[in-house]
Write a protein that binds this ligand. Structure first.
Ligand SMILES: [Zn+2]
Length: 372
């Protein structure tokens, strides 16, 4: 990983605590040593016995800050595999993705194929934290001819959805307004109200017009500030996100947000700063990559539908797919439906484990179509 390419890195104390915890859990010290500072990506490279192209699969590994339910009917509670750690659980199936990647490695360990298999285990996908970006910038996919980034999808019939995912380009920003505290009754004119600046910005960010030829979104998700009812607030913080079908329009939205934050700060005579804390580009899957996945799914026969996707979200897999495409390779996103009873990121999330061998088989078929 290129450490500087990460957006959101936990505080040093948090990283140190996680390191100590991993050691206590029995992780190999020599491996841990190389991951110090939160550079936890792992790329497994398996060379076939004959020369050929390089195929890569991306598996994200990170958990979600959600407290797992105590419900005794929750399968992980029944079978004693719930999260060991309070406030953190696998409620997005990334543990399943990791298991699938490892199983695929063992299935192909005989090296009876022509080419190279790269298995990318990625941290920091959630909140588009820059995990994929830091792997892409390291150059690890520059030699890849074909890349698939996979995800299990909840609450739908077993099937595959692949191709032009309509994943939206997105940018997450944090803006801080700096004002001046003063007594709200005794000397309000001496204060500079940071919360007012932030509130003006919030309303105007939500007033950015939609685009006629591009689906767009803006949202202020966090607004914090102030200390007491009788104090002019001297600091306010907001967290904003933009999304658009194309990376270019998303960049325009970001410029508009920056202008609004600047203007709102000036209007109330405040200082301000705004920084990007996460981003992902749009994903445009290659026809060839889609075709191979469709053929593989058809040959297995247990996916009830095979189609292109149409549900807006965002995914930092865009960094890996785009990098491969820029270097002359091809790639696509690939989501596999499975009957998951509860939504992603919920406290009682679990997967239908039938999906585990099915997605493994699908990726194995895809790999062998290219490397066979
Ligand atoms: Zn996920």
């Amino acid at each position: 990983m290129v450490p500087e390419a990460r957006y959101t890195v936990p505080a040093d104390e948090q990283l140190d605590a996680a390191y100590a915890r991993a050691l206590a859990d029995g992780a190999r010290p020599d491996v841990l040593e190389r991951m110090k500072g939160g550079v936890t990506a792992v790329v497994g490279i398996l060379k076939g016995s004959m020369p050929g192209p390089t195929v890569a699969f991306r598996f994200d590994m990170d958990a979600v800050p959600v407290q797992e339910t105590d419900d005794p009917k929750h399968l992980p509670n029944m079978n004693n595999f719930r999260s060991h750690y309070p406030g953190v659980m696998h409620s997005c199936a990334h543990d399943a993705h990791t298991a699938i990647g490892l199983t695929l490695a063992s299935k192909m360990a005989d090296r009876n194929f022509a080419g190279v298999l790269k298995l990318i285990f990625q941290p920091a996908e959630e909140g588009v934290g820059g995990g994929a970006r830091s792997i892409a910038e390291k150059g690890l996919v520059d030699d890849v001819s074909m890349i698939y980034c996979c995800h299990l999808t909840a609450g739908v019939e077993p099937g595959i959805i692949v191709g032009n995912m309509n994943y939206l380009a997105t940018t997450k920003m944090e803006a801080v307004f700096h004002g001046k505290a003063a007594h709200a009754a005794g000397s309000p004119e001496k204060g500079r109200n940071a919360l007012l600046g932030a509130a003006s910005a919030l309303l105007n960010i939500h007033a950015i017009p939609p685009y006629s030829k591009n689906e767009t979104r803006v949202n202020v998700g966090i607004l914090q500030g102030g200390t007491a009812s009788n104090v002019v607030p001297d600091k306010a913080r907001m967290v904003i996100e933009t999304r658009a079908v194309t990376t270019k329009v998303n960049e325009e939205l970001v410029e508009r947000v920056k202008a609004i934050v600047k203007g709102s700060a000036e209007m109330h005579q405040l200082g301000h700063e705004i920084k990007i804390i996460g981003s992902a580009g749009s994903i445009i899957g290659d026809e060839k990559a889609v075709e191979i996945a469709f053929d593989a799914a058809k040959s297995l026969g247990y996916h009830t539908y095979i189609k292109e996707y149409d549900a807006p979200g965002s995914e930092d897999a865009s960094f890996l797919i785009q990098r491969v495409q820029e270097c002359g390779g091809k790639g696509t996103y690939l989501a596999v439906g499975s009957r998951i009873p509860n939504p992603h990121h919920s406290a009682n999330f679990d997967i239908d484990e039938v999906a585990l061998p099915r997605l493994t088989d699908l990726l194995w078929q895809v790999a062998m179509k290219i490397l066979g």
